[in-house]
Write a protein that binds this ligand. Structure first.
Ligand code: KG4
Ligand code: ZN
Length: 337
């Protein structure tokens, strides 16, 4: 049973996972270790690249050892080594890439470079035997993408964000409201006590016929609303609930539009923002009403992790693909084109 060890270090999480599967069988995650840097970056309200990269190099080696121990495998039982090649922070990508390449070289095994976005895109199918034709909505801190997926590696971009990513909008609005980083979970928590109709925030580009997104107008609208409120602290739950409702509305509307345009009846959500419970519920309800199948990634696979990278690498390995040891990292690596 081929086993892949993958490293994810594109941003502020150092992650190592081992995934294995016999041909035609479901993949098994033997271990998925994450060393989070959230606390390290929290005082700065965002990721500091130098701190991220230094911390990756400090924790990576012990994390690989823990991963192998928890997978119950020796390094000589790993059939290929993979790492995220991009998109991400150059100085962070380099750490994981170099480590995976060094292990591949030392063990004389293939190296597989994985696109972080493909990792997210495939994550809802980690426990499936196939990746069926579907519309994929990737909503993370750095990306908002609508993709038409015919099969693995056959992707057509339908739309993306013209400015902020959905997660970035959550993070920036949380910062404006004095809520802790990362903003998504803080906004979701505060919104529980708020009224989603208290403020009427704009739904950027929602009624345009294309599939691109824009969240900067929404973010600015929250900013301009603040000075008009007498007691901002008391209004935070309503602001959060109204902002969250606007994001969900746009994402859902565009996804349904993409499903009707493509004729597909299967939607998959991935990325950190897809952890949002009201968002999951709104998508589930809309899909149930329209007899559309909805695939959601396991919560542990929504935010950055190495299991999704190992899974994408495993699918490549199964068809005999690998990458040269001198393959570069790509901070702006696109998923398509
Ligand atoms: O996929 P991810 O871990 O990293 C990137 O590849 O960017 O996504 C992180 C993003 C952050 O912007 C974070 O605020 C957002 O996902 N996020 C959420 C929630 N949990 C994380 N957004 C909304 N609701 C959540 N519960
Ligand atoms: Zn990500």
């Amino acid at each position: 049973m081929p086993a892949i060890l993958a490293i994810e270090s594109s941003c502020d999480e150092t992650a190592v996972a081992v995934v294995a599967a016999a041909a035609g069988e479901k993949a098994r995650v033997l271990t998925s270790e994450i060393s989070s840097q959230i606390e390290l970056h929290q005082p700065y309200g965002g990721v500091v690249p130098e701190l991220a990269s230094r911390n990756h190099s400090l924790v990576l080696r012990p994390l690989v050892e823990v991963a192998l121990r928890n997978a119950g495998l020796g390094i000589d039982q790993i059939d290929a080594f993979a790492a995220t090649a991009g998109p991400g922070l150059a100085s962070s990508l380099l750490i994981g890439n170099t480590a995976a390449k060094a292990m591949a070289l030392a063990m004389r095994k293939p190296f597989i470079a994985v696109n972080h976005l493909e990792g997210h895109l495939l994550s809802p199918f980690l426990h499936a035997t196939t990746v069926p034709p579907h519309i994929a909505l990737i909503i993370s801190g750095g990306h908002t993408l609508l993709i038409e997926v015919t099969t693995v590696a056959s992707y057509r971009k339908l739309g993306s964000t013209l400015d902020d990513a959905a997660g970035e909008a959550f993070d920036k609005v949380a910062k404006m409201l004095g809520l802790p980083y990362p903003g998504g979970p803080s906004i979701e928590k505060s919104a529980i006590d708020g009224n989603p109709r208290a403020f009427s925030f704009p739904r950027g580009l929602m009624h345009e016929s294309h599939f691109d997104f824009s969240f900067s107008g929404l973010k600015t609208s929250v900013l301009y609303t603040l000075p008009k409120i007498e007691n901002v602290a008391a209004a935070v739950p309503d602001l959060c609930a109204s902002f969250q409702a606007a994001v969900i509305d746009v994402l859902l509307h565009k996804s349904l539009q993409a499903l009707s345009a493509s004729g597909f009846s299967h939607l998959a959500l991935s990325g950190g923002v897809s952890l949002n419970k009201p968002l999951r519920a709104a998508f589930q309800q809309a899909c149930d009403d329209r007899k559309i199948r909805l695939s959601l990634a396991d919560p542990a696979l929504c935010t950055d992790n190495a299991a999704m990278i190992a899974f994408a690498a495993l699918l490549r390995h199964q068809i005999g693909q690998s990458d040269p040891l001198n393959s570069p990292i790509h901070p702006n690596l696109p998923l398509v084109g």
